[in-house]
Design a protein around this ligand. Structure first.
Ligand code: 3PG
Ligand code: MG
Length: 341
């Protein structure tokens, strides 16, 4: 978009303003702030009108609980300009997720240029990410460009040791990244639910570092009785809800030696203080590294932010699924539709 002639033009921007809400307000404005540079540049360069569109959550049709109003209010607080407008939730229209040409035409109507800046949504072939880009001259926004550059470094030659850290519950989503990048990593550290699955059966062609001890819980509850046990010595009916202290030390040692790091996914149920120490230890080790560190996924981002460490990593991606799909080597439809990207 730096090369686009935007002066006096009416511009449609697709941002990823899909943010968490609480009590009708924006609970975390990270994605809104990350979207500002593109909007600011367009306004500075004399755009006649900048219309921003985004989805919010996964509503089934028109649902006031998913209205863009809280996002609109937050954006207005951060960047007030009479030329700036925010459309209602794109997913209120059934044509959005179907990439329906009629809805794409509706979005394109009365706009002269399209800027794709919603990195977190470029793995979706929807009307607002792909359909509209086929109808208007389309450019990559600054956030999209930066995300591709930073995450792209992990796909090229990296400085070694390269350490991959993976956790969280969505195991299937993350195996692809390990398959694509794990071969060139010097250590692959795995915690959370994923570790249990790989312990039973490892479909990867390389070894992974699995937890040797866990924080076991008597039941799946925030106030469950908890104790540290070897991974294979859980009392009957107990569940491993975090990595144990020995594993934390092993993981931290690998991370301290790394020159390149990618971390996605918590080590346990970190929303519950009793089972948060493993994720916290990884967050701190990654933040304290002076190597090149990239963190993706909402949970890892939240853990870093809660510890006030979000500025201490080289790149904190605004994409969850999109970052994983990029690192899996998949094609991102919202990127490939833009000629120069
Ligand atoms: C996200 O938060 O992962 C993106 O905004 C995409 O949302 P979706 O998974 O509902 O398509
Ligand atoms: Mg997602």
């Amino acid at each position: 978009m730096r090369d686009a002639d935007v002066a006096a033009k009416r511009i449609l921007v697709r941002s990823d303003l899909n943010v968490p809400l609480a009590d009708g307000r924006v609970a975390d404005d990270t994605r809104i702030r990350a979207s500002l540079p593109t909007l600011q540049l367009l306004l500075e360069r004399g755009a006649d009108r900048v219309t921003v569109c985004s989805h919010l959550g996964r509503p089934k049709g028109q649902d006031p609980a998913f209205s863009m109003q809280p996002v609109r209010d937050k954006l207005d607080e951060l960047l007030h300009d009479d030329r700036l407008h925010v459309l209602e939730n794109t997913r209120f229209n059934a044509g959005e997720t179907k990439n329906d040409p009629a809805f794409a035409r509706e979005l394109a109507a009365d706009n002269e240029l399209f800027v794709e800046d919603a990195f977190g949504s470029v793995h979706r072939a929807h009307a607002s990410t792909v359909g509209v880009a086929e109808l208007l001259p389309s450019y990559a926004g600054l956030l999209l460009e930066r995300e591709l550059a930073e995450l792209g470094k992990l796909l090229a030659d990296v400085e070694h040791p390269f350490v991959l850290i993976s956790g969280g519950a969505k195991v299937e989503d993350k195996l692809g990244v390990l398959q694509n990048l794990g071969g060139k990593a010097d250590a692959v550290l795995v915690g959370g639910k994923m570790a249990e699955q790989l312990r039973r059966e490892n479909p990867l062609r390389f070894d992974v570092v699995l937890p040797t001890d866990v924080v076991a819980a008597s039941e799946f509850a925030e106030d469950a009785e908890a104790q540290v046990t070897p991974y294979d010595d859980l009392p009957d009916g107990w569940l491993g809800l975090d990595i144990g202290p020995e594993t934390r030390e092993t993981f931290a040692r690998h991370i301290a030696e790394a020159r390149t790091i990618f971390w996605n996914g918590p080590m346990g149920v970190f929303e519950w203080p009793r089972f948060a120490a493993g994720t916290k230890a990884v967050a701190e080790a990654v933040a304290h590294s002076d190597g090149y560190s990239v963190v993706g996924g909402a949970d890892s981002a939240r853990a870093l932010t809660e510890l006030g460490l979000e500025q201490q990593v080289s790149w904190l991606s605004t994409g969850g699924g999109a970052a994983l799909e990029l690192l899996e080597g998949k094609n991102l439809p919202g990127v490939s539709v833009i000629p120069e990207a």
